[in-house]
Design a protein around this ligand. Structure first.
Ligand code: SAH
Length: 213
């Protein structure tokens, strides 16, 4: 597991690209500049690590596109020490970005193979989520709720009710909604019963699937 000056140079370029595409949050850009994304991918694909593209990580899943990771993190508006729930651990790259911007992270993955791999891998890089859970993100994580933010990193056919219910007042749910193509939805909890909804353009994710496997 090596991180070299070449990789660092490539990360600098990637950060410039993301900045040009409209990412302005300094903490998010610094996180992307710090995290060795190539180590989250199989070694044969390291050349692809610092292009702004999603990439296969095995078990039919992908590591999200850097722009998407940056945009979702920016929209989540993470405060230092903020309690964040991530649905779809996958490679753990988004988890690492959340930890770098100062969040306390709980993350759920439904594929056992990926869950086991990523749970072991993250601490090797010094990234320590509060909990990595094998489970179904549709039901959220009632035992640890409420959260300052919930981020869903797979395309949801609809907005799961438990996720809205597990937000603090003022908390945000960032979730791509739709079949095939998704619209990035941000829900802010205004009171026990009121939520404000904003939409932030189209994205493409692998689907949020029911149940674990
Ligand atoms: N955050 C990841 C993105 C991985 S792709 C990264 O940065 O690499 C989306 C992930 O969501 C996949 O790993 C998929 O297995 C997982 N997923 C899909 N449906 C899920 C569900 N209902 N609960 C938890 N994870 C789910």
């Amino acid at each position: 597991m090596k991180d070299t000056f070449t990789h660092k140079g490539m990360r600098n370029k990637l950060v410039e690209t993301l900045h040009k595409k409209g990412i302005t949050n300094k903490d998010v850009l610094r996180a992307i500049n710090t995290i060795p994304r190539h180590l989250f991918m199989d070694s044969g694909f390291i050349d692809h690590a610092y292009v702004d593209k999603a990439f296969p990580i095995g078990a039919d899943q992908t590591i999200s596109q850097p722009y998407t990771v940056a945009r979702q993190t920016e929209l989540l508006n993470v405060k230092k020490g903020g309690k964040i729930l991530e649905i779809g651990t996958g490679s753990g790259y988004q988890t690492a970005v959340l930890l770098e911007v100062g969040a306390v992270v709980y993350t759920i993955e439904r594929q056992n193979e990926l869950f086991k791999k990523t749970k072991l891998f993250l601490p090797k890089l010094g990234y320590r989520p509060k909990k990595v859970i094998f489970g179904d993100g549709y039901i959220g994580l009632e035992t640890e709720a409420p959260f300052d933010g919930i981020i869903v990193t797979a395309g949801a056919p609809y907005v799961p009710k438990p996720l809205l219910a597990q937000l603090k007042i003022g908390g945000k749910l960032v979730i791509p909604v739709g079949d095939g193509v998704q619209v990035m939805n941000v829900f802010t909890r205004k009171s026990n019963t009121e939520f404000e909804k904003e939409e932030y353009g189209e994205f493409r994710f692998v689907p949020l699937l029911e149940d674990k496997n």
